[in-house]
Design a protein around this ligand. Structure first.
Ligand code: CMC
Length: 392
């Protein structure tokens, strides 16, 4: 027996020390290795952010070239992997496919199981960052019933991903650089977010010394839920359900009603009690994408903007400090880029992979690292004697 602090949802328990990401939820500040997310999203590219998260510093030109080269040369997946995809029902949710396929990578990369070897850890990190877009694009192609498209390594990270998703053998496909830049920014915005549920899951799974690909699969499973990464899909479905601007007050009332389980998806955050800094950049990116595509009138965007306006002036949301989070505008943007809602959380997983792996690596390399093993407050029956079934 022992006395333990009970902290449901770990609202006030630090599970680790970390040097990777800093969030000031009251001020709406997000820093990666000290650099503001606004600056990384505006000036950096995704692989530069990956390098920063993994190694702690922005790369020099030579380091960046070398890193890009090494990641790019791991973009292919084993041809046998295609059989994993085809084993799924064709209407399987792409996140279900991702959980299975990424977990299966642990069988293809059994060498990564030796996590005590820094070289193996590094190779596993590069493989995961490189292969996740390929796997995600394959999940998409399988979903829409089109042939898989191989990576094109002369393209940038996001452009290559768009190419693998949207190129078809029967016609010429050229990646629009404005859309590729938007995709890159979306990846940067999702790259890491300290000890969120999926990252904590990856750390907990990894704390037992398990194969890192299997740990990332655990993270993907956790990300799937609508309270976490699944919120981008749920937010767009909600905008669809609202349907028109005049129905917003009805849904606002529902969100405030304690007897109604409905919540405004894409609103609220455990840590941010102010505007999520990523949501602001996402909103800007959303407008850029719609303007590039010549979409002048998007009913979902109109509903989203009006919903935000009303919620931000409503006493309930002000009092509870509920602001739009990153998932509020990401759905509209991803839809405009051509993705079905079922792919939204998959894209989140592609981007968050670097955060998961950087946090996993930090944990494995921490001399204070122990297996994660929370305690509990037992509230069940006291000891009692077994009753034979005939006497029950
Ligand atoms: N709509 C209406 N009420 C809300 C909402 C919402 N979206 N979010 C929180 N509340 C209320 C909640 O009912 C509670 O009220 P009370 O104190 O009267 O019981 C209060 O605000 C605090 O909420 P909580 O659920 O105790 O807070 P939490 O820190 O446990 O949950 C959250 C955070 C993000 C799960 C929650 O705000 C939520 O469910 N939001 C909608 C889903 C969503 O957008 N998730 C994405 C999060 S950001 C990206 C990511 O992590 O993937």
């Amino acid at each position: 027996a022992g006395i333990f602090t009970y902290d449901p949802g770990f609202t006030s328990t630090a599970s680790c020390e970390s040097k990777i990401t800093y969030i000031d939820g009251d001020e709406g500040i997000l820093l990666h290795r000290g650099y503001p997310i606004e600056q990384l999203a505006e000036h950096g590219d995704f692989l530069e952010t990956c390098y920063l998260l993994l190694y702690g510093e922005l790369p020099t030109k030579a380091q960046k070239q070398d890193f890009d080269y090494r990641v790019t040369h791991h973009t292919m997946v084993h041809e046998q992997m295609t059989r994993f995809f085809t084993g799924f029902r064709r209407d399987a949710h792409p996140m279900a496919v991702m959980c299975g396929v990424v977990g299966a990578m642990s069988a293809f990369y059994h060498d990564s199981t030796d996590i005590s070897d820094p070289h193996q850890r590094m190779v596993a990190s590069l493989r995961m960052i490189a292969k996740m877009p390929t796997i995600a694009a394959m999940a998409y192609k399988y979903h829409v019933g089109q042939p898989f498209v191989y990576p094109k390594n002369e393209l940038g990270y996001a452009a290559n991903f768009l190419h693998m998703c949207f190129a078809v053998p029967c016609e010429e496909y050229k990646v629009n650089p404005v859309l590729a830049r938007a995709m890159e920014r979306i990846f940067i915005l999702h790259a890491d977010h300290e000890q969120n549920a999926s990252t904590s899951t990856v750390r907990l799974a990894g704390s037992s010394g398990a194969n890192p690909f299997a740990c990332i699969a655990a993270g993907i499973a956790c990300l799937w839920g609508p309270a976490h990464g699944g919120a981008n899909e749920a937010a767009l479905n909600m905008l669809d359900e609202i349907g028109s601007v005049d129905r917003i007050p009805e849904f606002i009332d529902r969100a405030k009603d304690k007897n109604d389980p409905f919540r405004l998806m894409g609103f609220g955050h455990r840590v941010y009690k102010n505007y999520d800094p990523r949501a602001k950049i996402m909103e800007k990116t959303c407008h850029e994408v719609l303007s590039e595509l010549g979409i002048k009138d998007d009913p979902q965007l109109d509903i989203a903007m009006e919903l935000e306006r009303i919620a931000l002036t409503d006493e309930y949301f002000i009092e509870k400090k509920l602001y739009p989070n990153i998932d509020f505008y990401s759905g509209i943007t991803l839809k405009a880029l051509g993705f079905p809602t079922t792919m939204f959380t998959v894209l989140f997983a592609v981007a968050r992979t670097v955060g998961w792996i950087a946090q996993w690596k930090e944990m494995i390399e921490d001399p204070k690292q122990k297996i994660g093993r929370p305690r509990q407050l037992y509230t069940g029956a006291e000891q009692r004697d077994y009753v034979p079934i005939a006497k029950r």
